[in-house]
Design a protein around this ligand. Structure first.
Ligand SMILES: Nc1ncnc2c1ncn2[C@@H]1O[C@H](COP(=O)(O)OP(=O)(O)OP(=O)(O)O)[C@@H](O)[C@H]1O
Ligand SMILES: [Mg+2]
Length: 356
């Protein structure tokens, strides 16, 4: 299922912009911003195809983590389309950067780093770099876009705004960057939350379709995105004390800078008053089906895995992933994400960043 395909039936202001991109000194970075369903991806697909037919070398960066065109979700992806394409999923991905969520909330650092490192790669090979972004343009989305613009330093911004909604983002850059305020097409079809979730469900399912299970030794990888393996493991008496106080079964626990962090299972149902500043906890079951990034020695994401179970005693982790044994050899790091997904594509919810 793809919501966005190549069409030449676009508002005429796109042709003016096409002329500007053609004439601009190369390489040229073009960032596309707009709210959800404003036509960002349609515009990117249009420009990529038109410029490809003119012989330019094109890079596309898909940073719309909520509605990725290029698989997998929860990453930012760079691709170099080398022939005309109808939709983004036809592009062979070149590199991914792991975000681990389908919303940029709590992941501003990753979003900005990811786009930046992929642009650095793109600049080595492309004349025109087209950057698609999330529709997160209100509230703290304004700050995220500002920081992205400050970091990326696009030559051209294409702004697909309804009325003046993008002004808070654009104002500081008005006399510094060439900004084109483009018309939102009347042909736009809006997609409900449920439709978006359904589109994502199919993408997750497609990505994990031919997955297999790997049992990995935690000591052989650098583990990031969680403090679970920081600090000192708690002593048996501390564990026993916490278990009896809170009626938990503690599977694993560490003490980091004087604060306990435990993985537990409730043994009985009773109201507990826990001071989170000294005792932090996560339910064991919430670690299962968590998306993890499988990261290479350069910090790029080779692929995604679904964490099935951690055996804290044996220090092993079972992961389901479509990566082949050869691809797995490139993996140096396992990075914990914050979304739980089943291999059939069903999203089981987001975890708060601070939970892990
Ligand atoms: N010029 C057009 N002609 C026909 N349909 C269009 C046109 N522009 C956009 N659409 C349709 O409107 C919908 C939204 O467009 P598009 O996916 O490009 O928006 P977006 O801003 O990228 O959305 P998202 O926020 O989900 O990333 C799509 O289904 C697309 O096919
Ligand atoms: Mg889009």
């Amino acid at each position: 299922m793809n919501k966005t395909v190549y069409t030449k039936d676009v508002p005429s202001d796109r042709l003016e912009v096409l002329g500007v991109i053609k004439a601009h000194k190369k390489p040229v970075k073009v960032m596309i911003i707009g709210g959800t369903d404003s036509g960002k991806t349609t515009a990117m697909v249009f420009f990529a195809n038109e410029l490809l037919s003119l012989g330019f070398r094109i890079a596309v960066i898909d940073s719309d983590i909520g509605q990725k065109g290029i698989l997998p979700p929860a990453t930012i992806t760079l691709g170099f389309p080398d022939r005309l394409f109808n939709s983004l999923d036809e592009i062979t991905p070149y590199k991914h950067y792991f975000i681990g969520s389908i919303t940029p909330n709590q992941f501003f650092g990753e979003m900005i780093t990811g786009v930046k490192v992929l642009i650095d790669e793109a600049l080595k090979k492309a004349d025109v770099i087209l950057i698609d972004t999330t529709g997160f343009v209100h509230g703290s989305g304004v700050d995220l876009k500002r920081m992205k613009i400050e970091t990326i330093k696009p030559d051209i911004i294409l702004a697909l705004g309804r009325e003046n909604e993008l002004e808070p983002i654009l104002k500081p850059f008005e006399n510094k960057i060439r900004i084109f305020k483009l018309k939102v097409s009347e042909k736009i079809r809006k997609h409900s939350r449920e439709e978006r979730r359904e589109i994502r469900r199919e993408k997750w399912r497609t990505y994990f379709k031919n997955s297999k299970s790997y049992l990995l030794n935690l000591n052989e990888y650098y583990i990031s995105g969680t403090s679970l393996f920081h600090g000192e493991e708690i002593r048996e008496e501390e564990k026993k004390l916490l278990e009896s106080l809170f009626k938990w079964l503690i599977i694993y626990g560490v003490k980091i800078d004087g604060r306990y962090f435990v993985v537990k299972v409730d043994l009985v149902n009773f109201p507990r008053q826990v001071d989170r500043s000294t005792l932090h906890y996560i339910d064991f079951e919430r670690l299962s089906n968590l998306i993890v990034g499988l990261i290479d020695d350069k910090g790029f994401c080779v692929g995604l895995g679904i964490l099935k179970v951690i055996n804290f005693k044996e220090k092993t982790i079972e992961i389901l992933t479509p990566l082949t044994e050869d691809e797995m050899k490139k993996v140096r790091e396992i990075r914990f994400g914050r979304i739980r997904v089943r291999e059939d594509g069903e999203e089981l919810g987001l975890l708060d960043r601070n939970l892990l």
